[in-house]
Design a protein around this ligand. Structure first.
Ligand code: ZN
Length: 185
């Protein structure tokens, strides 16, 4: 399969989808809409290398439509429409407008109220995810994002079976960690 993750900023791809990207087989691409100069770009390249994804850096938002068309992914991941970060919401709206294929939205600053699906993964992929997040050195200086996401994805895996299949359904965790998504289409 061919996947494209649209990241408003370098680090969103790893924080929100690092476990999924690392787990998925196929062609994987992270599109960075804004990237704030050579240091952040270098960090994004290092993160993508760990996740096995191809980084793409846009010079402007208007390139996004053409880039998506050229990559022609089978699934696009983009920020949750109700994220707390204004620029994430902006990119979310933009992607909904210009991309009519399969689209999932991911969590960064706020949890998705009612996720529709999850990608499950184990300790090995979590280690990769944490390494990919830590590659964004400038963003991890004041916040321990790797540890935060390890805890958050563990919590997600704990509640997800009941959220998806109902309380009392007896549904079990498929792995130790998961990332949750809203399926837009
Ligand atoms: Zn961001």
């Amino acid at each position: 399969m061919r996947f494209a993750v649209v990241a408003p900023h370098p680090d969103d791809e790893a924080i929100a989808c690092g476990g999924s990207i690392a787990s998925w087989e196929g062609e994987k691409c992270c599109i960075f809409v804004k990237w704030y100069g050579p240091q952040r770009k270098k960090e994004a390249i290092a993160s993508c290398k760990i996740l096995g994804a191809e980084p793409v850096f846009l010079d402007s938002e208007s390139e996004l439509k053409t880039v998506l068309k050229n990559i022609s992914p089978e699934l696009v991941l983009s920020p949750y429409l109700k994220d707390d970060h204004h620029y994430h919401r902006h990119v979310s709206k933009l992607v909904r407008r210009i991309w009519k294929g399969a689209l999932w939205e991911y969590e960064t600053w706020v949890p998705i109220g009612k996720p529709d699906t999850a990608v499950w993964f184990d300790e090995e992929m979590m280690r990769k995810k944490m390494k990919a997040i830590a590659a964004h050195k400038s963003q991890c200086k004041y916040r321990d994002w790797p540890k935060a996401m390890k805890g958050y994805n563990f919590w997600r895996a704990t509640v997800m079976p009941s959220l998806l299949e109902g309380h009392g359904s007896g549904a079990r965790q498929k792995a130790k960690y998961c990332e949750a998504f809203k399926v837009v289409r």
